[in-house]
Every structure is written in C-alpha cells, then in structure tokens.
Write a protein that binds this ligand. Structure first.
Ligand code: ADP
Length: 387
C-alpha cells in the first residue's frame, strides 16, 4: 500500500497462476479520509496548543507582575523614599496578607524602633548642644571677668576727661569767669567721651549676651577692631604694641559675630599672657608686641585668613599636642580655665574653618584662623540676613 498524495492511497496486489507465476495485478485507489482527518486533527491540536501556550504565558506574566513584581517595586520605592529623607515616622502601606505584607509589617516595626532610637539620639544631641552653648557662655563670662580690669581702664580714661572738664568749669564758675559762649570745645570733649563710654558699655553688654545659633554675614575686620574696645587700653597699660594689617574689601564669613569675637579675644588674651610671662623673666623693659592681619585667599574654598603673631615665649613642643584639649592650661589656678582654645576650635570648626598654630618658638607664636567666605560656602541652615 503506498500513499499517492495527502488525499489518495493506492493498494496493489499480484495474482498468480497455478504454477505460482504472477499473471495479473490488481490495483485499487482509495481516498485517504482517515489520514486527512488525522493530519487536520494534529494541525488543529498544534494551533490550539500554541494559542493556549501564549495565553498561559501572558497570564503567568500578568500574575507575576501583579502579585510579586509590582508589590516588591512599591515596597522598594517606599523604603528608598523613607531612607532618602530619613523620615522614620513614615510607615509602609500594607495592602496584602501575603509574604510581602508580612515583610512590610516587619519593616514598619523596624521603623518604629528606629524612630524611637532617633528621637532619643536627637534629644541627647539637643542636650549636648545646650550644654555646649552653656559651656561657651561660661567660658565667655569667665573671660569677661578677666577683662574687667581692662574695661575699668577703658572707662576710667574718658571718665577722667569728663571729671577734669567738670572741675575746670566749676573753677571758672567760682572765679566768676563762666560765660556761656566759647565753651564748645569743653562741651564736645564731654560729648565725645560720654559717647566712648557708652560704646564700651554697649559693646560689653552685647558681648556678654548669650549667642544665638543663627548665622549672619560677619565682617571679620570690624569684629577684630571691636575686640580692642574691651582690651585695647589694658594692652596699652601693659606696654604691648598692637599692629594691624587688615585687608581692604575683605569678603564676609558666615557666623555669629559674638562668637567670633570670643575666639579672637581668647587668642589676643593668650598672646598677652605669653608676652607678660616672657616680660616677667626680663630684668629690663621688654617690648611686647602683637601683629594682627587679615587676608582674602582665593581658591577652593575661598577663605578669609586671620593671623595673630605675638612675641611671647612660645609653646613648648611637648605641650603643643595638648593646647586644644579642654581644661589644658599652663596658667596658675584662677588665671586660666583651659577652655579658651578648645571652645575656639569648636566654634571655628562649626563654621567649617580651621584654627591652628602655624609657628611657635622662643621668639613667639603665630595662630592662624581660616574661614570660608560667604561665597565659598553655601548659606548654613540657620541664617539671619543682616541689613
Ligand atoms: P587658658 O588660656 O585658660 O590656659 P587656652 O585653651 O586658651 O586656656 O590655652 C591653653 C594653653 O595654651 C595655655 O595655658 C598656654 O599654655 C597655651 N597657649 C595658648 N596660646 C599661647 C600663646 N600665644 N603663646 C604661648 N602659649 C599659648
């Protein structure tokens, strides 16, 4: 039997005679219904199998996306957003009771624990900041106490001028020489000196005020000059010459004027003390001097540099590593708290600057402060624009 084509089948058989020799052949052709039906069934089966395969795959994709991928992506997005903002008070939305829902619940518990830990840490940090502010304030008040003698000198001088003028006027009155005209000079003298006293008192009041945490744009040259309102006369009395070389058009720095003055006053009083100690070991008069300078340094970041050079006895090499440590002092009890440099360093670091000893030896010491300018540093979070 041989298939002719898809539709037809041919069967052939030989017919033999008595002797067994083939004498005829019978050939029959028949249509292939069953075979064709079989082929159709196979094609039909293959077609529907492919269709159902595609459908099942599509359904599986949709199922996996809906039930697994989308919830995991959502979970991931929510966790990433919380981590990016450190917003531990937020919670994940729980939309299912499956494993992903369980995982969200566990993450929420973790967030609750994190939030509590974060709150405790913030409270401790706030407390530490308060304590630090109190320490800074205490150190400042201690330095004001130490400055009192100097301030008394500062106030005494204009007071003497006013008193002298008053006595002169009184004498003129008793001698009968007091006339209303021609007294402008004396009036101006009184005016100028009372103004000077008022300035000193105002400045002392402002300086002793507790510093706010707000930052403004500070004029370093002006702050440097105002230090001498409180200590200038004292240095003059102690024969310490002060030389200043302040750069013109110095850019401003972000900070608190009051705190910066505290740092500068601390460096100036340390320089004064070093000079005083050195002078005490000299028999003859020792010409103490300090030199202050400011400079604008270009670069990245742009800086304002303040230098203070004194001709005191310098810092011993074995002490150099300790001077910025709290409570380290080489001064007598009651004269030094050992807090000045450590607090000053803390303040300058908070302004993203640097405070260091550049050079020290028997001829004196140079301290350098570097502060980023207001253009070299982005405005800090707590800023009050000055007018
Ligand atoms: P205090 O002035 O209360 O001692 P500081 O922290 O301001 O505390 O200074 C620590 C120490 O650093 C001082 O006791 C002194 O020994 C040393 N020191 C600071 N500045 C100078 C200076 N210009 N010359 C010499 N020694 C200095």
């Amino acid at each position: 039997v041989t298939p002719i084509d898809e539709e037809t089948l041919q069967a052939r058989a030989a017919i033999a005679d008595m002797a067994g020799h083939p004498v005829a052949e019978i050939s029959v052709k028949a249509p292939r219904h069953v075979v064709a039906q079989g082929h159709r069934t196979i094609r039909y089966f293959l077609f529907w199998q492919s269709v159902s395969g595609v459908l099942v795959t599509l359904m599986a994709i949709v199922f996996v996306r809906r039930v697994i991928l989308t919830p995991i992506t959502n979970l991931n997005n929510q966790v990433t957003a919380i981590a990016a903002n450190s917003s531990f008070s937020e919670r994940l939305k729980i939309t299912s009771t499956d494993e992903i829902g369980e995982m969200s619940r566990a993450i929420n518990q973790m967030l609750t624990a994190l939030e509590a830990a974060n709150d405790r840490q913030m409270a401790a940090f706030e407390e530490l900041k308060q304590t630090q502010a109190q320490l800074v304030q205490s150190a400042k008040l201690a330095s004001i106490g130490e400055l009192a003698a100097g301030v008394a000198h500062e106030l005494n001088q204009p007071l003497m001028v006013i008193r002298g003028t008053g006595q002169m006027l009184e004498r003129a009155r008793t001698d009968g020489r007091l006339v209303m005209g021609g007294r402008e000079g004396q009036r101006d003298l009184i005016e100028r000196n009372t103004k000077r006293m008022m300035n000193i008192i105002d400045h002392l009041r402002a300086f002793s005020r507790r510093s706010s945490r707000e930052r403004t744009r500070v004029d370093v040259n002006k702050t440097l000059k105002s230090c001498f309102l409180l200590i200038g006369e004292q240095l003059r009395v102690q024969n310490v010459g002060v030389e200043m070389e302040l750069a013109d058009e110095l850019p401003r720095v972000w900070g608190d004027e009051n705190q910066l003055e505290q740092v500068l006053l601390n460096l100036i009083t340390n320089a004064r003390d070093a000079i005083k100690t050195k002078a005490a070991s000299y028999d003859e008069h020792y010409g103490g001097s300090m030199r202050l300078s400011t400079r604008h340094r270009m670069g990245s970041p742009e800086l304002v540099e303040i230098r203070l050079r004194d001709n005191g006895g310098g810092i011993a090499e074995d002490k150099l590593d300790w001077i910025f440590d709290p409570f380290f002092t080489t001064k007598d009890v009651g004269k030094g708290t050992g807090l000045g440099l450590s607090i000053s360093y803390g303040i300058i670091r908070e302004y993203q600057g640097d405070l260091r000893v550049e050079d020290t030896g028997p001829d004196g010491t140079t301290f350098v402060i570097e502060l980023p300018t207001d253009s070299g540093l982005e405005a800090p979070a707590s800023v009050v624009e000055d007018i």
